[in-house]
Design a protein around this ligand. Structure first.
Ligand code: ADP
Length: 276
């Protein structure tokens, strides 16, 4: 951006010198735009269930006042809509809490095996309700990364929940831990694999955007908020960890998180070379 600022002489006469100011405001504008979009999207997402609630309240006060059957049905729907709003607000709050901490370093030494074991145990009932079995392939304990354990629990809970929701047709989800090296540095890969429908390649780069969903119809039916992977991305950024997504439509998806390794038994379970 170029601005031309006239500089007048002391007695306020005609400008004699011009200052040319060059500045790059593209980054600032883009952040502003993303923020505005986010507020617009969040408002829209909250307004939809709210509009439905208002509609049902009016119906119950008017035409359906004396219809006991309709009342029960409407109240059940209203409860679902209220639950949806509550999930959205929870996710929005999580996201904003995490974004505020995004640049703070993490200091705890966290055992990833313990985290994955806990997540597998906690998610097992939900998975089993969906007809999915959670399997683990974790190797030895003592693989530590610098982290915040509550945030890492959230990362893997979100990934496992997605694997169960979108991969339920595969019937099982596998949590895996592998060690390896990347450019000479020891790393740990923690992955969540499902054997469901997979994700078409064109969607993969956008999955971690806030409110991005591949198929809004089915994702809504799956009770998603579209914020789960955005939360995952923000937490991983704080951990300087990477998210690798390997999906094959019709076969399933592997979400892999890659951390720098602090300690542990190197070489017990080497990372397989990545598929090209
Ligand atoms: P949502 O609340 O909709 O699940 P997420 O941010 O967690 O939001 O995921 C974004 C979208 O990515 C989902 O709506 C779904 O379309 C897709 N997705 C996420 N995980 C998987 C998976 N394991 N298999 C297939 N699609 C997935």
């Amino acid at each position: 951006e170029i601005e031309i600022l006239p500089v007048r002489d002391r007695d306020g006469g005609r400008p004699r010198i011009f200052l040319l100011v060059f500045s790059d405001r593209t980054a600032v504008r883009q952040t502003d735009r993303i923020r505005t979009d986010f507020v617009a999207n969040a408002s829209h997402e909250l307004r939809t269930p709210l509009a439905s609630l208002t509609g049902f309240i009016e119906t119950l006060q008017g035409p359906a006042r004396d219809d006991a059957l309709a009342r029960d049905r409407f109240l059940a729907i209203m409860r679902d809509q209220a639950a949806r709003m509550s999930r959205l607000i929870d996710d929005l709050l999580s996201l904003s809490r995490i974004e505020m901490k995004r640049h703070l370093p993490v200091s705890e030494a966290v055992d990833l095996r313990a985290i994955l074991t806990k997540v597998a145990d906690q998610m097992a009932p939900l998975a089993s309700d969906m007809g999915v079995a959670i399997e683990t392939d974790l190797g030895p304990s003592g693989l530590e990364v610098a982290g915040a354990s509550d945030e890492l629990m959230q990362v893997f809970s979100n990934l496992v929940e997605n694997a169960c929701k979108y991969g339920r047709s595969g019937g099982r989800v596998v949590l895996r831990l592998r060690t390896g090296a990347e450019r000479g540095h020891p790393v740990v890969d923690a992955s969540v694999e499902d054997f469901g429908e997979g994700i078409a390649a064109e969607h993969v780069p956008r999955l971690t955007e806030r409110f991005y969903r591949v198929d809004v119809g089915s994702s809504r039916a799956m009770q998603g908020t579209g914020l789960g992977l955005a939360i995952v991305r923000n937490i991983l950024q704080r951990h300087k960890a990477r998210l690798l997504i390997d999906s094959e439509p019709g076969r399933g998806t592997i979400f892999t998180t890659r951390f720098a390794r602090l300690s542990g038994n190197a070489g017990e379970a080497q990372i397989k070379p990545e598929k090209s």
